[in-house]
Design a protein around this ligand. Structure first.
Ligand code: MSK
Length: 662
């Protein structure tokens, strides 16, 4: 008898997958088993950029002798394919950011009346960074200028994208030296597509340098624009307690799943779902209320700001339909499987597309329009409520959830280390210097049905915190950690090493911090920059004992993220196989040459234990280079005592007795 293959480390998801199999249905897990990837395309050796091909560059000496019809060599083909993927990832994050910038502009001019500016402080700080006068101007006046400035950065043709100056000085010099400072977001994406067109850039090194440049237009521009604008419009996250699991669906309420990436309509859904008329309408239809749940990165956005539970990441989307409890899944852009509309045909779920960029056959389309955002949100909710009566008893229903605390913006991380008057990164830097915290790892990125769902996220998260490494997480990686129940302060007691445990106990935070959605990887760049500026850990991001990992990646966006971290000086490890496996020259450039030039490199390592080993070694090497004390579990140096939450509150109420503390 063949051994049972576990599809997911998420117990609730695994139970649904088993139910699906036993009912003759299928999901991405079964399709991935049936549909083996083409080994030539998988390893980057297939060129299909012109119609003389596709050319397959294979054979015993392919690296040296294989050529396409035009004469393109394997390293050129492989580097070209890679650059296109990074450009596509950058385009996705940045186009999302463009929509956010227009929403901010229209909120400021009053053309999008349902949107207001919630974080004026952040708006004013950002205006200061980019040189927009604030003084006694209204928040709307400032927001208009900020939005117009950001919109101009997409089409800027010359010079440097303005947010670049938020990086440490030394990093900016590295970028200038190697000519990778992005000029404008759209210009870098368009140029990447031009370079990779038939018969243009034939130099793998040059192509890969262009990949770093376009990726910087994602991390330090598109994604960072999006994070900042979203905070300004909807509020900068602070910790919220909530729940995580596909088991969050409720039997007696109308379940509405908000899935995708852009948060504007989801924010309106959150607001409108609390309106008495909408709740009355749900009751009239026999439901006790409306249960909003998030999926993928929209989940991360509404979890961070409102504590809306997350039903999980990318691979849980079909499973949401299979519960038989989802009245509607509202989607916009990115990471949305067409399979959900197919699955929904067998259940009562309505899949609602809302973006003209992301239409889907067999879905209901209700077009989002920021000028009448709440009206659109009400329309979606009414459709879901009307569908409640169509629910059958069919479906796999498991009601089990894990507690999660999410909402760690860089502003809150700074605040939690010293309160309103002494906010800084000093305590974290000191804890690292003393060896109490060994280093910091970002565990981010997708799920991929070719890997047991969440298994590597889970393994690495546990091992890193056991080894006193503070984990920051975003995207589906964060959803995995949340579903596993690791994003609670109690996890520090139970699982963290002695030093990290002490730090988490003092502040009252989980050892794995949820920093948000995929575009919020820009928050990690900001945290890293603040750590550098705080002092004691070198003068560039490349000096920090920090590693970035995307263990179960699948999206082109993940590659763009990986590249901008490399260009920012970080050692980045991707799990699974390499999309440039076919070319040893390309792999050499991404590791040796990138490390020499930028201080960061990109490795693809399928074995989770090897990922852990390499990451810890890299952290320890950085510690040694900084001449910090050698990390030894349970043995620390002296550093300033961390202020506990209680002490901080005492200090703040003493300073402002009438104001109270949030
Ligand atoms: S949603 S890009 S599967 S992390 Fe941002 Fe998850 Fe990856 Fe999409």
């Amino acid at each position: 008898m063949s051994e049972k293959v576990i599809k997911s480390a998420d117990r609730v998801a695994e139970e649904i997958v088993e139910w699906v199999e036993s009912h003759g249905l299928e999901t991405a897990f079964e399709r991935a088993e049936r549909l083996k990837p083409c080994p030539i395309g998988h390893s980057g050796a297939c060129c299909k950029i012109c119609f003389m091909g596709p050319c397959r560059l294979v054979g015993p000496d392919a690296e040296e002798s294989a050529q396409g019809v035009c004469g393109a060599t394997l390293p050129v083909v492989s580097a070209r394919n890679f650059l296109r993927m990074v450009a596509a990832g950058t385009a996705a994050h940045s186009d999302h950011a463009r929509d956010m910038a227009y929403t901010l502009l229209e909120a400021a001019t009053g053309e999008a009346p349902d949107f207001t500016i919630k974080d004026e402080g952040k708006l004013r700080r950002l205006a200061g960074i980019i040189g927009i006068p604030t003084g006694d101007r209204t928040k709307e006046e400032i927001a208009k200028d900020v939005a117009e400035h950001i919109i101009s950065q997409f089409g800027q043709q010359k010079g440097e994208i303005s947010f670049i100056k938020r990086a440490p000085e030394k990093r900016q010099e590295v970028w200038r030296k190697w000519g990778i400072v992005p000029r404008g977001v759209d210009r870098e994406v368009a140029e990447a597509m031009h370079r990779t067109n038939m018969g243009v850039d034939q130099d793998p090194e040059n192509l890969l340098t262009a990949a770093l440049r376009v990726s910087l237009a994602d991390g330090w521009a598109g994604s960072m624009f999006s994070t900042d604008i979203t905070d300004i419009l909807f509020g900068t996250p602070t910790p919220r307690r909530s729940e995580a699991s596909i088991g969050i669906m409720k039997e007696d309420e109308v379940n509405v799943v908000v899935h995708g990436h852009e948060p504007s309509l989801a924010e309106m859904i959150v607001e409108v779902s609390q309106e008495p008329e909408i709740l009355d309408y749900a009751r009239q239809k026999g439901a006790k209320g409306i249960n909003l749940v998030g999926m993928c990165c929209t989940a991360n956005e509404v979890l961070m700001r409102h504590g809306i539970p997350t039903a999980g990441g990318f691979l849980n989307q079909e499973l949401a339909v299979m519960t038989g409890l989802a009245e509607a899944i509202m989607v916009d852009v990115q990471c949305i499987m067409p399979a959900i509309a197919q699955a929904a045909k067998k259940f009562h779920t309505k899949v609602v597309t809302t973006s003209n960029k992301g239409r889907m056959l067999d879905a209901v389309h209700i077009e989002y329009d920021e000028h009448r955002a709440k009206e659109v949100a009400r329309e979606v909710l009414r459709l879901a409520i009307d569908n409640y009566a169509n629910r059958t008893t069919e479906g796999s229903r498991v009601h089990e959830t894990a507690p999660v605390i999410a909402g760690f913006s860089h502003e809150y991380i700074e605040y939690m280390q010293g309160g309103r008057f002494r906010a800084s990164f000093r305590p974290l830097n000191d804890a690292i210097m003393a060896g109490r915290v060994r280093g910091v790892v970002g565990i981010v990125g997708c799920n991929n049905p070719r890997i047991t769902q969440d298994s590597v996220h889970d393994y690495l998260a546990k091992e890193f915190i056991r080894n006193d490494v503070l984990v920051v997480s975003t995207g589906c990686g964060a959803a995995a950690c949340a579903k596993a129940g690791y994003m609670t302060p109690e996890t520090a007691f139970e699982m963290a090493g002695p030093g990290l445990k002490e730090v988490c106990e003092a502040i009252g935070v989980p050892p794995i911090l949820h920093l948000g959605s995929c575009v919020d990887n820009s928050r990690i760049l900001t945290v890293a920059t603040h750590m550098v500026k705080e002092g004691g850990l070198g003068d560039d991001i490349s000096d920090l004992p920090a590693v970035g990992i995307a263990p179960e990646w699948m999206s082109e966006k993940a590659l763009a993220i990986g590249c901008y971290f490399v260009a920012s000086g970080v050692y980045v490890i991707f799990g699974s196989e390499s999309p440039v496996e076919s070319s040893s020259r390309v792999k050499e450039i991404m590791t040796k040459q990138w490390e020499e030039r930028f201080g960061g490199k990109l490795d693809f390592i399928p074995d989770p234990e090897e990922i852990l080993k390499k990451a810890l070694e890299a952290i320890d090497r950085k510690r040694e280079a900084l001449k910090l004390r050698k990390y030894e579990p349970g043995r620390f140096g002296t550093e300033r005592k961390l202020m506990s939450m209680a002490d901080r509150r005492k200090l703040e109420s003493a300073a402002r007795p009438h104001e109270g503390v949030k």
